[in-house]
Design a protein around this ligand. Structure first.
Ligand SMILES: N[C@@H](CCC(=O)N[C@@H](CS)C(=O)NCC(=O)O)C(=O)O
Length: 320
């Protein structure tokens, strides 16, 4: 859990992200926007932007799903880091599924950040949306990258489809605002807590959120408006990791996802979508979490289970 301080890499551990036993996430510092209307320095263009991701990371995973849904694979190339986040952060060490940095030839992800800003002070996170024309980072905030991918490239050959439709924005925002702190980040707050009280607060919120979602999804196929939206994508990347990782490694073990009938079927339904399945890599997911947090798992042993069949028929086609 190292970080960049005034452009220099400093190794560090869990203490870098904790305050009083609780996980604190600093805001992403690159928050520029790609536009399609001639406004601003980052114009939507084919082959101008490059996306750096980890297949393990739920935040990066969202952007990969949206890239597929919007047919951006020929417009925006990707690099994939090694699953292990070691003392020097994310690397491009060769391994199955790793795609080297074809743009900057970097060995570690933090090199990109200092190419973009030689004196930056920041955590070095994925995803990173890189502008090849200016050698700058457009954004390292996945929520923003999702929105950009949703519309910015529509005039450059993106596939039709709006996953943040105007008529549902308030509902999508409301669901996101509940799901992000309690569940997407809640599992991390549970796993990284270093006091019993911080852990219990976080894990209770995780299961309150899952209980609420189970009810909501018992009678409807998607979270909002009877169609797949950004809110489903943001929820899915946490749910697909729940039993393989969060249940054990982050101690979110009041019950397994597979014990929630609607949520488990919903997760399989989204997993089986043609744009989603190729983005899920359990070797990267399990290898990352069990390998990169030595304070939680000092011997880095990756458990063999649980064995979940994501290809079981979801049986949700008749739901609205
Ligand atoms: N706000 C960021 C958070 C991304 C994030 O935390 N990514 C994690 C991987 S799951 C990371 O790269 N962490 C490295 C670190 O914090 O040092 C986003 O959603 O894009």
């Amino acid at each position: 859990m190292g970080e960049l301080i005034a452009g220099a890499w400093r190794r560090g551990g869990l203490e870098n992200v904790l305050a009083e036993g609780e996980l604190r996430r600093p805001p992403s510092i690159f928050r520029n926007w790609i536009t399609a209307n001639g406004d601003g320095p980052f114009q939507a263009e084919r082959n101008r932007y490059h996306l750096y991701v980890s297949l393990a990371c739920p935040w990066a995973h969202r952007t990969l799903i949206m890239r597929n849904l919007k047919g951006l694979t020929d417009l925006i190339d990707i690099s994939v880091v090694h699953w292990l986040m070691g003392e020097d952060g994310w690397s491009f060490d060769p391994a199955p599924g790793v795609i080297p940095d074809s743009v900057n030839g970097s060995t570690f992800l933090h090199e990109l950040y200092t190419i973009a800003d030689p004196t930056c002070t920041t955590r070095v996170t994925v995803p990173v949306l890189w502008d090849k024309a200016t050698s700058r980072i457009v954004s390292n905030e996945s929520a923003d990258i999702l929105r950009m991918f949703n519309t910015a490239f529509d005039g450059c050959g993106a596939t039709a489809g709006d996953y943040y439709p105007a008529e549902h924005r308030d509902d999508i925002d409301a669901v996101n605002e509940r799901v992000y702190p309690t569940l997407n980040n809640g599992v991390y707050r549970s796993g990284f807590a270093t006091t019993q009280a911080a852990y219990e607060t976080a894990v209770r919120e995780v299961f309150e959120a899952l209980d609420w979602l189970e009810q909501r999804l018992a009678h409807q196929r998607y979270l909002i408006g009877g169609r797949l939206t950004e809110a489903d994508i943001r929820l899915f990347t946490t749910l697909v990791r729940f039993d393989p990782v969060y249940y054990g490694h982050f101690k979110c073990n009041r019950q397994a996802l597979a014990e929630y009938p609607a949520l488990w079927a919903y997760t399989r339904d989204i997993y089986q979508h043609a744009a989603v399945r190729p983005t899920v890599d359990f070797t990267h997911i399990k290898g990352h979490y069990y390998g990169s947090h030595p304070w939680l798992n000092p011997n880095r042993i990756v458990p063999i289970g649980p064995d979940r069949d994501f290809d079981l028929p979801p049986g949700r086609g008749a739901l609205q």
